[in-house]
Ligand binder design. Structure first.
Ligand code: T4K
Length: 363
């Protein structure tokens, strides 16, 4: 039986180090609700992301839900269907209407198609740095300014990235990062918001804590607080972030080397520019490669290698949303049919990468 390789594997801190870190919790018995590790992680992230306003959440999805609520958006939100369902659900669960815009070759929202979707009901653009590929920030910013719209980035995949010499966290009105177990940086489950407007601080804090402001409930809130075990995991993992990204870079380079010259296979060329190597997405053009994405996935699975179809289907083709919300998104639909994310994680052995590529080549 071939060795099993899953699409990703969580990076863990040193076991003793984590145990040492969480030991004081047995004394303090303070496990959640803005404890010492929570506050320590906030400060460490501010420094790492060079950001002034950072708030932590129990997961990235609720962070995004809270971001949209905090900005008091209304009506329509222009967004992409080529994403994890969380992006669309965050919009709909806020009572807002997603208006789907198509994507470009690099999987991010096609900024040239945004303006034609703006109506008098549009209040924001919610774009996604898919696989860590950075959206066209300048154009999106210019459109938002011209039409007085808010910009939210779902930066779930983009932790640790820089753009134009600045941390990616500092673009748009709010950026959301996911710290899920499958991400470049994890707090087991978790996420954060980085926001421009300091005056949102208390509102965001309140919404993620049941809307409480003192004894009053000022907002219809939720419970989205990060606990101390998550925060401690984050503090330990953050110490290794540079090594994590460097190891991923080596894996990515090995894939590139093996796959770049195969007809019908399109690798993610945008990756090297911004580089956190969160995913290794590959598009299979059946008419040239001879096999479609599903056939490749099955062949890899026969060898105990489990690649994943991130992101298939597009969110506007999912039963919950299909037919309910607008969107002419042929490129997103095509990409969703061709895409396969190959295994990618820091401890993936280069010989396993070579084995995966050989199976693909033999197909
Ligand atoms: N926006 C975008 C663009 C996103 O991609 C996501 C999440 C969000 C928003 C929301 O952020 P969070 O609320 O999740 O913070 C995964 C993740 O659950 C999800 O975080 C992620 N995106 C999405 C793309 O993928 P699954 O259903 O594929 O996970 P699962 O359980 O099949 O795991 C995949 C592989 O990861 C496993 O085969 C092995 C490995 N793994 C998994 C877990 C759970 C580990 O090594 N350790 C683990 O603990 O959703």
């Amino acid at each position: 039986m071939d060795k099993q390789v899953l699409v990703t594997q969580s990076s863990m801190p040193n076991f003793e180090k984590y145990c040492e870190k969480i030991k004081p919790l047995w004394e303090s018995k303070w496990l959640t609700n803005a404890g010492i590790f929570h506050n320590e992680l906030v400060e460490k992230l501010k420094s790492y992301m060079k950001a002034d306003n950072v708030d932590l959440f129990v997961n990235g999805h609720l962070a995004l839900v809270v971001a949209l609520q905090a900005l008091a958006l209304s009506g329509e939100i222009i967004t992409t269907p080529f994403t994890f369902v969380s992006t669309t659900t965050a919009i709909v669960s806020n009572g807002l209407t997603p208006v789907f815009c198509d994507i470009k070759e690099d999987f991010t929202i096609d900024e040239s198609k945004i303006e034609s979707l703006i109506t008098d009901k549009t209040s924001a653009i919610l774009a996604v740095h898919v696989y860590g590929n950075v959206c066209n920030i300048e154009k999106i910013d210019a459109i938002a300014k011209k039409h007085n719209l808010k910009v939210i980035y779902d930066a779930a995949h983009a932790f640790g990235e820089c753009y134009n010499g600045k941390s990616i966290a500092n673009y748009g009105d709010i950026s959301m990062f996911s710290f899920h177990a499958t991400k470049v940086f994890n707090t087991i489950e978790g996420g954060c918001l980085v926001f421009k407007d300091k005056s949102l601080t208390e509102k965001i804090k309140a919404i993620r804590n049941f809307g409480l402001v003192g004894e009053d409930v000022a907002f219809v809130g939720t419970n989205a607080k990060m606990n101390e075990f998550q925060a401690a995991m984050g503090i330990c993992n953050l110490e290794n972030i540079e090594t994590e990204i460097e190891k991923r870079r080596l894996v990515s380079t090995e894939y590139d080397k093996n796959l770049c010259d195969i007809d019908g296979i399109k690798i993610n060329v945008a990756q090297d520019k911004y580089n956190n190597y969160a995913y290794y997405p590959v598009c299979f053009d059946e008419s040239v490669f001879g096999f479609n994405r599903d056939e490749v996935a099955i062949k890899l699975a026969e060898h105990n290698i489990f690649a994943r179809k991130y992101f298939y289907p597009c969110t506007n083709e999912m039963s919950a949303y299909k037919g309910k919300f607008e969107g002419n998104t042929p490129i997103a639909s095509k990409k969703a049919k061709d895409i396969l994310c190959l295994p990618m994680y820091a401890d993936l052995k280069l010989e396993d990468v070579a084995r995966i590529c050989n199976i693909i080549k033999k197909i």
